[in-house]
Design a protein around this ligand. Structure first.
Ligand code: HEC
Ligand code: HEC
Length: 430
């Protein structure tokens, strides 16, 4: 990791760089100061081993950003704020069979799975995927209701079960939605620049190319554990159908319980598409849900301290940033709050072969062992960790890294206890 990148990385913690030129300049000078000390004192590799952390940097004025989870982006217009609030109402709206819920579904509102520690967050609710693999070929068992299980139904007759044919079953945890509008606004080209032609420290990475339902274009998927969707509108439609059983103009066909179409016909009473577009403004629920997620702010960060600055350096020296890219810029956007902003997401939004950490499910261009690098912001409140929640702590999550992350995980294992603690404290602050 170069010095310039490190400086940039610490500096750009002031997410809205343009709005915070003064704060950024102060932070830059303090970061340059401490990083230069570390650089001139000894080679980067040993720099992390020196015992006393550098003196705390002066606290610059922070750019405007919400201090709590679930707040809107700072700098929205009155109309955008109204769209955010309208979408938030839809997000917590509880659906019933009369309004289109089911016949099969997982929960009756978005917030049921995305409500911790605030609306738009995550939860400890898992969904189940299944499939059948034979001779290395994965079959999502679509005709039997795969690969996503809907574990509830509006009538007991409709209840889905994992079919006996399934020999791969994987759990997936609900993910937080904070800052997703910023992630959506990162240009495809920026993400594609992260793909490596040859391995560097074992890391390769590939983009999840998807045929996007909303735009009809081939785009870089960036949402979901497998990078399976490219934008928030399509994800809204997908989640509305697959988690709640509500059809829309983008996803007009109901899921049949374990593929049983006769049973679907018997149970499905509401005409499709259930999500109707309001002729007054051309918006349906899926558009309003996308507005809410587009305008929700990134998770709040803790102030930079000497100890977290040191942890950041360990993060970089260990090689974590090869996949967990600290910062990417959004492209031009008609929404000022999303236009040319520094996004401190700590992800390259690429798929990596994670070896034993893969979930065995093939989805779009993601193979059975491929997982998308998840953003690390907000880690302090998003546990348990990893796609299946197998890690209760950040340390356990790092230790489970495998495949392309093997060499860098081994670097981590060689750190001493103090260094590991500084790294984790840093991760809890971002
Ligand atoms: C039953 C729980 C559940 C419900 C209900 C639910 N979700 Fe999710 N959500 C999940 C899970 C699990 C994931 C991760 C899915 C995956 O990657 O396979 C997820 C992922 C997402 C993502 C991708 C986040 C990211 O950072 O990549 C978005 C966007 C999303 N959900 C929106 C919604 C919306 C909008 C609704 C309501 C229409 C909704 N969800 C309802 C469980 C749920
Ligand atoms: C080869 C790319 C790669 C490297 C290198 C890498 N990671 Fe990851 N990381 C991932 C992927 C992919 C996942 C998601 C795995 C899954 O789906 O279970 C992940 C998950 C995580 C999580 C859990 C996030 C969550 O929300 O559950 C943490 C914490 C984490 N990584 C920290 C680190 C640290 C610290 C390092 C450096 C020691 C590191 N990673 C190196 C790709 C990488």
């Amino acid at each position: 990791m170069t010095f310039a990148t490190f400086t940039h990385f610490v500096t750009s913690r002031s997410r809205t760089m343009a709005a915070a030129a003064v704060g950024a300049a102060v932070l830059l000078s303090s970061a340059v100061g401490s990083a230069q000390t570390a650089q001139t004192a000894q080679p980067a590799q040993q720099a992390t081993e020196e015992a006393p952390p550098p003196p705390p940097p002066p606290q610059p004025p922070q750019p405007p950003q919400p201090l709590r989870y679930g707040e809107p982006l700072v700098g929205l217009t009155a109309n955008q704020l109204a769209d955010f609030m309208e979408g938030r109402e839809d997000f917590r709206n509880v659906e019933t069979p009369a309004t289109g819920l089911g016949p099969i579904f997982n929960r009756d509102s978005c917030v049921a799975c995305h409500g911790v520690p605030a609306i738009g967050g995550s939860s400890r609710i898992f969904v189940t995927r299944f499939g059948h693999v034979a001779n290395g070929v994965f079959d999502p068992l679509t005709s039997l209701g795969g690969s996503l299980l809907q574990e509830r139904a509006i009538s007991p007759d409709g209840l889905e079960r994992v079919p006996p044919q399934a020999n791969v079953i994987a759990k997936r945890q609900s993910t937080p939605l904070f800052g997703l509008g910023l992630i959506e606004a990162i240009p495809d080209a920026t993400i594609l620049r992260g793909v490596r032609a040859t391995r560097v420290n074992g890391v390769l990475g590939k983009a999840s190319m998807v045929q996007d339902v909303a735009t009809g274009r081939r785009l870089v998927g960036r949402f979901g554990w497998k990078g399976q969707q490219a934008n928030l509108l399509t994800f809204s439609g997908d989640a509305y159908l697959n988690e709640m059983g509500i059809t829309s103009r983008l996803f007009p066909t109901e899921n049949a319980p374990n593929g049983n179409v006769a049973l679907l016909t018997k149970l499905d009473k509401v005409r499709d598409p259930e999500d109707q577009v309001d002729p007054a403004n051309g918006k349906g629920d899926i558009d309003r849900l996308a507005d809410f997620m587009r305008f929700i702010a990134a998770p709040p960060t803790a102030p930079v301290t000497a100890s977290t600055a040191f942890g950041a350096k360990i993060f970089l020296d260990t090689g974590c940033a090869s996949c967990h890219t600290p910062m990417m810029m959004t492209g031009p956007s008609p929404v000022a709050a999303l236009n040319a902003k520094a996004v401190m997401l700590y992800s390259d939004l690429l798929l990596h072969d994670m070896g034993t950490l893969g979930d065995g499910i093939v989805q779009g261009s993601a193979g059975p062992r491929d997982m998308k690098t998840p953003p690390l912001w907000g880690l302090n409140v998003s546990g348990p960790y990893l796609h299946d929640g197998r890690a209760d702590t950040i340390e356990a999550a790092i230790q489970a890294h495998d495949g392309e992350a093997r060499i860098i995980k081994d670097n981590y294992l060689k750190l001493n206890a103090d260094q590991k603690k500084l790294l984790v404290d840093f991760l809890k602050s971002i």
